[in-house]
Design a protein around this ligand. Sequence first.
Ligand code: TLP
Length: 343
Amino acid sequence: MVDLRSDTVTVPTPEMRHAMATAEVGDDFLGEDPTARRLEERVNELFGAEASVYVPSGRMANLVGLQALTEPGDEVLCTRNAHFVHYEAAALAAACGAQPRPLLDRRGVLDPEDVASAVRPPLDHLPRTRVVAIENTHNQEGGAVYPIDDLRALRKVSDEHGLRLYLDGARIFNASTASGVPVSEYCALTDGMMFCFSKGLGAPVGSMVVGSAEFIARARRFRKLHGGGMRQVGILAAACLVALDTMVDRLGEDHANAKRLAQGIAALREGAVNVDEVETNIVMVRTQPLGFTPEAFAEELARRGVKFFTFGPGTVRMVTHKDVSAEGIEIALEQIAGVLGAA
Ligand code: TLP
């Protein structure tokens, strides 16, 4: 089976399992888990940040991160297809009491002028524009990397208008691998960010919220509020430490596999994939040029052992990761060719 549904399907490596089995642990709720502390210190160093806090999921990371930056009645400027707009059970509204305000973006990149003109005047009957939130890489925009110059421009306009800049960096190591920009440089441009261990890095559980001591103190409190404070969490943190040691440097392989997959599909049918848009580990495939609906295409390939999700109108998403080899990509391409009657 070639499982291209998501990089969330990755399973822990033997080294991670060993580290989990032998991890030194304590009650993290009481601040006594040495492995959790080590993970925080490691992340702080890597991201050049004052503080960080481990949470069970990417969704909780976005929830406590955005809650730490907002007050009820605030507005968060964001991209049209931000993960938290579509896939997080309206947490910003439901739990933070803030509203998202999606702006037109160019593959996940916001125009500073659009941001500036979206900022509302300080009138009592208006929402208060408080945060601008971006995603790097941008999931629904096919794993697009936020160019560093655009991020600097966004920082500048945020400063000019007193906005806080939040980054959903679920796949920040993919962004960093593709761009060569260190994660610390991305982090330094934000007022708070998160990233995930349980996607391309292959750890079984968890995400990290990263930023200033003040921001993390608030995020930590909201983690408790939402029941995300854990006990002997070092068992999980141990796998994350191994992920940082062993899984970051190999992400380029996933990107090369994604490119190969995109090229192979593009060669089968013109217009199905824009190869140039494949910058990281996500390939968006338009199914109309293939003569299928997304659902029928996904079903047909699943029958042949190649799995992926439908993703938005007329589109399926294929995600490469450590548990799909270059050989797996060739198998997927053969099966796709078979379905198209080209094999
Ligand atoms: N994304 C999942 C699905 O929810 C779509 C996936 O398969 O890609 N931010 C971004 C940018 C994400 O892509 C995801 C997960 C999250 C946050 C949430 O992370 P988890 O799944 O750990 O709650």
